[in-house]
Design a protein around this ligand. Sequence first.
Ligand SMILES: Nc1nc2c(ncn2[C@@H]2O[C@H](COP(=O)(O)OP(=O)(O)OP(=O)(O)O)[C@@H](O)[C@H]2O)c(=O)[nH]1
Length: 414
Amino acid sequence: MTKIDIFSGFLGAGKTTLIKKLLKEAYKGEQVVLIENEFGEIGIDGGFLKEAGIEIREMNSGCICCSLVGDFGEALKEVIQKYEPDRIIIEPSGVGKLSDVIKAVKKVEGEVDIKLNSFTTLVDVMKCKMYMKNFGEFFSNQIEYAGTIILSRTDKAAEEKVIAALQIIRGLNKSAAVITTPIEKLSGAKILDTMENNRSLEKELLEEEVCPVCGGHHEHHHEEECGHEHHHGEECGHEHHHGEECGHEHHHGEECDHDHHHGEECSHDHHHGEECGHSHHHDEECGHGHHHEEGCDHDHHHTESCGCGHTHDHHDHHHHHADEVFTSWGRETAKTYTEEEIHAILEALSDDEEYGMILRAKGMVEGKNGSWIYFDMVPGEADVREGSPEYTGRICVIGSKLKESSLEKLFKLA
Ligand SMILES: Nc1nc2c(ncn2[C@@H]2O[C@H](COP(=O)(O)OP(=O)(O)OP(=O)(O)O)[C@@H](O)[C@H]2O)c(=O)[nH]1
């Protein structure tokens, strides 16, 4: 039996940091394979894990969070046959939907000897509100479907920030255990134990199939024999979440006829997002595209892309349109830099609209003095450190409306 642990989290939330800690402290002695589905053209994270003897299966050519569930199933089977691991860690792309990843794993559970052991989401408390506001469903889905939520940067965030983030999180997910203690203060075993004992949402998610009463697809928020709450199915006679024109609480845009266009006024209670927080179809405030999750009945024939940065033809109802929101820019380079140059570049990325809205930059390049410079940046935060030599320099920037030629110039690659 191979245990599957899913670690979800928005760009730069701290997934890799946590996985490293668990590998050292909680998964010690286990045969572990990491399946990662990075958003971005160049896989950056793999290196350190390879050094630690961990097998990595990168899925950059296909996304596990949308229609390529079959391929994902094949990848899982292949990994299990080849390595017979004790555990598989799945790190979906930072903008993938956790609910889709859970479903994808569940689908293959009957075919291979695996068990979905945990599904955890990392949330950066410093940016929770901003991400919620700007990226809606891409961000909120990961919170809603998590069995456990781990807050990152509680080591340095003000208490009010942590409490504000908690409020947003609790609005989306009432039952997950939320770890607010900085992870370095907890042992890996303690974290794993917390992750493994919070699985109530799993059942809920699995029941998100066809309703035995009305035959519709509902998202179930409570488990009661059909007795669950419905979003629509008026004929069921149960409590509904989506009673149009009824001013009820909303859980999601799914299968909901009343799309909110252009942030029209809305007087309902919402489960995701402050400042109305419902999904929007058109750009507002932040200037980015928002998800298109509404459960419309038509097929989409256009080619879309999801969080993996690749394009797929979707024949199902999961339209991510992540490519409308997120893009990545990556380069391999033999160019050398000084640490000061890298600091200055990251600062420019943080501060300047000139390059688009930067959500994440990371990479490793050779230093002028022959050492290797590793860097990580999320808005307002940059980490530059020395690391072991890589086979070549690699740079990856992820964001919204990236300006590639400006980025090339900034990294002096033009
Ligand atoms: N102070 C602090 N820094 C953190 C914490 N978690 C992560 N970081 C830093 O944030 C940066 C990004 O962390 P990662 O662990 O690489 O994040 P990730 O979610 O794997 O990022 P992606 O590669 O975008 O998927 C790194 O510089 C980390 O050191 C935390 O709890 N506290």
